[in-house]
Design a protein around this ligand. Structure first.
Ligand code: AMP
Length: 503
């Protein structure tokens, strides 16, 4: 019976002690080394803080950063990754909510970490890792653990401007790692090429599949996402067979044209999640890797990364939407209308989620928790929590779920037309000249604003969209950019775009 995610680490360290677990260009940690590091620095932390306290980790994205996460867990605590590039004010906002019991940092971030830590005790991870392991102490902590204890808290942007800390338990991540193993055949032969920052929940696929299965995860250097030839060389040099990228990263590679002459031959699985994956660019990948499996996964941080998935099993035209598919095992999806009733076939509803994958809520934020995590309105007999994603979806005639956009991207245009901006985006991204883009709504002026990169030819684009969309869905304003602003998770940064182009 699994109750602690570290049981996966310990079992892999027993089975394949000398195999590389996590590596980047400078450091490689075997499973045995990783276990030893977590026992040392876990002991250091356990002597200083109580179990079940938050440990903030202020470190570069390296294998040692992961060792710091698992050290917190070894001490019976939970980890909170911080983006080292985040402005100090935002970290202070996070700390106001989190009140970290301890801050771990690396050499590079020592000064900033100490400055933001304030009253909280802090230490260089290397110092913590020089402690002698205390097996008896760690054993007592492990025996007191239950699987509903928190594993991590990830801070997301939050519409109020105050970051919200999504709490995730061991149980939810054990379920997630087991599901990946069972459904996607992720086993010890997997070699992951990791793109997602550790502050982004997509990274949990790579990290926890590696721990569970005794696989290997390579952190792909940032430069590879700008220089695609270097990316191809990196994938090949490390025999990477599995990637789980945010669509923007896959789109950029497809747009660069490199896949037309360079085939990343070792790649067997191309998975993605986080935003819409347009079929035009997916088709470029599929032509380059006809033997590979492709999976569109969907989910917000609040449900432990992924709650629906679609293993691409048929051909799609460039302008067709790609389904987000079916609920993962042990996850129930409800599509509810404004009256909280299940929608009929083909009707649009808010995608709501139930199951073990659900977060326990936002850390120290009961108000926001109550808004998003609610009683299942279809159950009046006992307490059953449901997460409202704020996303709109419908089922197609095959029973597959289609993502339609955020509820707040559903607009009322010209007084009467209800439009999902996502639908316009699907048509936009299918156009040959467009590299990437999105649509915004200027409610004050009642204008649909289309922001895009690629060849600058608005009249040609408008003419092409006219053949795909009704006239009331056509953008009223076009903004051509050389580059789109991206969030730290490498998704299109719509908040910044809205500020710059709508105000
Ligand atoms: P995050 O919590 O940062 O992972 O963001 C979650 C949101 O990203 C979801 O609520 C969706 O709006 C969007 N999202 C995630 N996966 C997909 C997908 N496969 N297709 C379209 N949108 C997605």
């Amino acid at each position: 019976m699994q109750t602690n995610i570290l049981e996966y680490l310990d079992a892999s360290a027993d089975r394949v002690p000398d195999k590389i677990a996590f590596a980047d260009e400078k450091t490689a940690l075997t499973f045995a080394e990783l276990r030893e590091l977590t026992r040392r620095s876990g002991t250091y932390l356990a002597r200083r803080i109580e179990p079940r306290s938050p440990v903030a980790v202020f470190m570069e994205k390296t294998p040692l950063c992961l060792a710091a996460f698992f050290s917190a867990v070894r001490a019976g605590c939970f980890y909170v990754p911080l983006d080292t590039k985040m402005p100090a004010d935002r970290i202070r906002l996070i700390f106001d909510t989190l009140h970290p019991a301890f801050v771990l940092y690396d050499e590079k971030n020592a000064e900033n970490a100490r400055a933001v830590a304030g009253e909280a005790p802090s230490a260089l991870f290397a110092d913590a890792a020089s402690a002698e392991p205390d097996g008896a102490l760690l054993g007592r902590i492990a025996r007191d653990h239950v699987d509903t204890d928190l594993l991590y808290v990830l801070f997301t942007s939050g519409s109020t401007g105050v970051p919200k800390g999504v709490t995730i338990s061991h149980r939810s991540v054990i379920d997630w790692a087991d599901w990946l193993h069972e459904t996607l055949d992720l086993d010890g032969t997997a070699v992951f090429g990791n793109q997602a920052p550790f502050v982004f929940d997509n990274s949990t696929l790579d990290i926890y599949s590696t721990l569970k299965n005794g696989a290997t995860m390579w952190i792909i250097p940032k430069k590879c996402f700008s220089f695609h030839k270097t990316m191809m060389q990196f994938l090949e040099a490390h025999a990477i067979n599995t990637i789980f990228f945010v669509p923007s990263a896959l789109i950029a590679i497809a747009n660069s044209g490199i896949l037309e002459h360079t085939r990343p031959a070792t790649l067997k699985r191309v998975y993605f999640c986080g935003e819409v994956m347009p079929n035009r660019q997916l088709n470029v990948w599929r032509r380059a890797l006809p033997e590979a499996s492709f999976c569109n996964m969907y989910g917000p941080t609040e449900i432990t990364d992924v709650c629906t998935y679609y293993l691409v099993d048929r051909e799609f035209g460039d302008d067709e939407p790609l389904p987000i598919g079916f609920p993962c095992k042990n996850t129930r999806i409800l599509l509810l209308n404004d009256e909280n009733k299940p929608v009929g076939p083909g009707e649009t509803g808010e995608l709501c989620v139930l199951g073990t994958c659900l977060s326990g809520g936002y850390y120290n934020n009961p108000e926001q928790t109550r808004k998003a995590f609610v009683q299942n309105p279809l159950n009046t007999a006992f307490d059953e929590r449901m997460y409202r994603t704020g996303d709109l979806a419908r089922r197609n005639e095959r029973g597959e779920i289609l993502f339609l956009g955020r509820k707040d991207f559903q607009i009322k245009h010209q007084g009467c037309y209800r439009i999902e901006l996502g639908e316009i985006e699907t048509a936009l991204l299918a156009q040959a000249g467009v590299s990437n883009g999105c649509c915004l709504f200027d409610a004050e002026k009642d204008e649909i604003v289309c922001v895009y990169t690629g060849a600058e030819d608005e009249s040609a684009l408008a003419a092409q969209l006219k053949t795909k969309l009704p006239s009331y869905m056509l953008p009223n304003r076009w903004v051509h950019l050389d580059r789109l602003p991206m969030t730290i998770n490498d998704k299109i940064d719509r908040v910044t775009l809205k500020k710059s182009h709508i105000g």
